[in-house]
Write a protein that binds this ligand. Structure first.
Ligand code: OGA
Ligand code: MN
Length: 285
């Protein structure tokens, strides 16, 4: 069966048809997937029946994987995973302990783990159980957001560096062991250029991490706050976004270097269980 790439028609995202990810991909098929991923930023594979080992095997074609942290992070308590490379994203609580991260809350626009010096290039999320409604995941194209940035905003960020705060999770909760940030100029985390270059495509994109406790270095705090508010309002425009409504067996892989994502809240009395692999990245430039 030939591989088919069907763009969503929105600013990013494409569905890949004709591949069974429970089998190793041929080099030709992987090349087609990789090129489609560079072109569309987020790829969707539907109706996959894969094991954790298959998820790891597929993700590893893109690069080395990060190991899910055991403690002191939003991933604490992922004890039902079968392999250290698997991160569990779930609201399910077993024996009084969450089996995974992020619960049932809304996750605001963010890119994964940009608060470390070498943030993951990609995340691969596979759905095992989903609620009847809610929990949709949206993505936004940060090449396009940069391209369409008003001139004055572009001039304001050219050559600037942003601190990406590490104190809170994607659902805005304080991480274990972290202190609440009072002064954004002193927030823990990592500093990255606001405009970054994609190492594979050469494209330039906006790289903001998340809004909470962000700080554009060397600016008075009020100026940084105002600038970040304007940048985030721009990035969150619907014309840059695409939303995915999950079905069991869907697998999404997204590029953290040139996309942001968010997740809707959902009814906490329903189960949502996703397994995730994270592909290592290099220091943004
Ligand atoms: C993530 C994430 C969104 C979701 O895994 O990094 O943001 O839909 N998940 O659960
Ligand atoms: Mn995320």
């Amino acid at each position: 069966m030939p591989v088919e790439i069907i763009p969503t028609g929105a600013a990013l995202g494409a569905e890949v048809r004709g591949l069974d990810l429970s089998r190793p991909l041929s080099d030709d098929d992987f090349e087609a997937v990789l090129q489609a991923w560079y072109d569309h930023i987020v790829l969707l594979f539907r109706r996959q029946k894969i094991s954790d080992d298959d998820l790891i095997g597929f993700s590893r074609r893109f690069g080395d994987l990060d190991i899910a942290p055991a403690s002191a992070t939003d991933m604490a308590g992922s004890q039902t995973k079968s392999r250290p490379e698997i991160w569990i994203i779930s609201n399910v609580v077993e024996d009084g302990k969450p089996i995974g991260a992020l619960g049932d809350k809304e996750a605001e626009w963010h890119t994964d783990m940009s608060y470390v010096d070498e943030p993951p290039m990609a995340s691969c999320l596979y759905s095992l159980e989903i609620p009847d409604s809610g929990g949709d995941t949206s993505f936004a194209n940060m090449y396009k957001a940069l391209e369409e940035l008003p001139d004055d905003l572009r001039a304001a960020i050219e050559g600037r560096v942003c601190n990406h705060d590490s104190s809170t999770t994607s659902v805005g909760e304080l991480r274990a062991g972290a202190n609440e940030v009072i002064d954004v100029t002193k927030a823990p985390g990592a500093k990255h250029p606001v405009i970054r270059t994609h190492p594979a495509t050469g494209g330039k994109s906006l790289y903001l991490g998340r809004r909470l406790n962000g700080y554009i270095e060397d600016l008075p705090v009020a100026e940084s706050e105002a600038l970040l508010d304007r940048l985030w309002a721009h990035c969150a425009k619907p014309e840059f976004a695409w939303t995915h409504q999950w079905a069991v067996g869907d697998l999404l892989i997204w590029d953290n270097r040139c996309a942001i994502h968010r997740r809707d809240a959902f009814d906490g009395s329903q189960r949502r269980v996703m397994h995730r692999a994270q592909i290592k990245g290099k220091q943004p430039f």
